[in-house]
Design a protein around this ligand. Structure first.
Ligand code: ADP
Length: 360
């Protein structure tokens, strides 16, 4: 993490020698809080400086405010997810451990014919744990985690996406080992072309592919993970660079049971019999992990609503006034929380998996 490094006493403003960049810091951040923004940019550049007090070569031509944005908004210092938090997906965990975590931990062994691919694609329905896997990889491999949603590059960062992508890969290379997680990667690397495609989004795509090639050839400890629930939109060039493509399916019945138990246990609310759990699992065929989370959330409101209905005021309510969560609470919640993925969509994923997915 960044905090352990501390601030260097002998700091030399890294942007002083470069007239162009100095201009960027102030002129771009007009309006209120200008000083605060400048301070934040300065602090963040300080932390990226080498022992000589200079900014690494790769960062010198980038706009400081973009470097700051990457460091403070995209970089996640504490991804806080472990393998054990993720239900099921044993196959994906095993593959990822071998092809991603070991190489990040032991680059000396994983070279030559063992050298790993640098791009991993996680595809499947939404809410199945793809982001969790990305975070867990960073945690297990003691890597810095960068999270960006590709659609924000085209919406929020209109016209600046390219520059932000450069800043992202630049900062990541100063924070190795690093995991760059690109959510909705299809919106960046989609195969839809010509008429509809703007010049700017084409340039963004090109820039992104160039950056990926860049860390492919030099021996860098950076892994790119793309996540998508529309894998069929990726073109051949994108597929080629995302060498490993893992299907992240809906949770099995056991995984759903585990999610229920785990979430309720955390709050000391778990009090269902095995039979009840089985029933809930049968009724939640087709629910994603995130649907299950919403279901548990809704069910856990049951005892609270009931206590309030009996006339207890919310301000006076004690934990003891609430009964544990029952099967009926789940049955009620099932009316409210419906599965978000259709059978039809599942077919698409399975077909794509057969054609392009990695088996191991
Ligand atoms: P996505 O596949 O869309 O990236 P996320 O990883 O963001 O999905 O999951 C969203 C939420 O759903 C998680 O924060 C977690 O609470 C729950 N969830 C999804 N899949 C799982 C899983 N396999 N195990 C435990 N929780 C899960």
């Amino acid at each position: 993490g960044i905090s352990r490094r501390g601030v260097r006493g002998n700091f030399v403003p890294p942007i002083k020698s470069n007239g162009n960049n100095t201009g960027n810091v102030t002129s771009r951040n007009v309006g209120k809080g200008e000083d605060a923004i400048d301070d934040s940019i300065k602090r963040c550049l300080e932390l990226l400086c080498g022992p000589d007090g200079e900014l690494p070569e790769k960062l010198r031509n980038l706009e400081p405010r973009l470097i700051e944005h990457v460091s403070n908004e995209i970089m996640d210092r504490d991804p806080n997810v472990r393998w054990d938090d993720i239900a099921g997906l044993e196959h994906a965990k095993k593959c990822v451990t071998e092809m991603v975590i070991w190489p990040l931990l032991r680059p000396d062994i994983f070279k030559g014919c063992r050298s790993p691919g640098r791009g991993l694609l996680l595809f499947g329905p939404p809410g199945t744990g793809k982001t969790m896997i990305g975070k867990a990889i960073a945690g297990e491999a003691k890597a810095t985690f960068f999270y960006i949603s590709a659609s924000s590059l085209t919406s929020k960062w209109i016209g600046e996406g390219e520059k932000l992508v450069r800043a992202l890969f630049g900062v990541a290379s100063c924070r190795q080992p690093a995991v760059i997680f690109v959510d909705e990667i299809d919106s960046l690397l989609s195969q839809r072309k010509s008429e509809g495609e703007h010049e700017s989004s084409r340039r963004l795509k090109t820039q992104f592919l160039i950056e990926m090639e860049g860390f492919d050839t030099v021996n860098e400890q950076i892994l790119l993970i793309g996540a998508t629930n529309r894998p069929q939109e990726l073109d051949e060039a994108a597929r080629r660079r995302l060498t490993k493509r893992l299907y992240i399916p809906l949770p099995t019945s056991e995984a759903r049971a585990w999610i229920i138990k785990n979430l309720l246990d955390k709050d000391g609310l778990f009090n269902l019999s095995e039979e009840d759990i089985d029933k809930v699992c049968k009724l939640t065929e087709g629910y994603s992990g995130s649907d299950m989370k919403n279901l548990v959330k809704d069910a856990s409101m049951g005892p609270l609503r009931e206590a309030l209905q009996q006339g207890i005021e919310i301000t006076k309510l004690k934990k003891e006034d609430m009964r544990p969560v029952h099967l009926q609470d789940f049955e009620k919640a099932l009316q409210e929380v419906r599965p978000s993925v259709s059978l039809n969509e599942l077919g698409t994923y399975e077909k794509w998996n057969e054609q392009f997915g990695s088996l191991s």
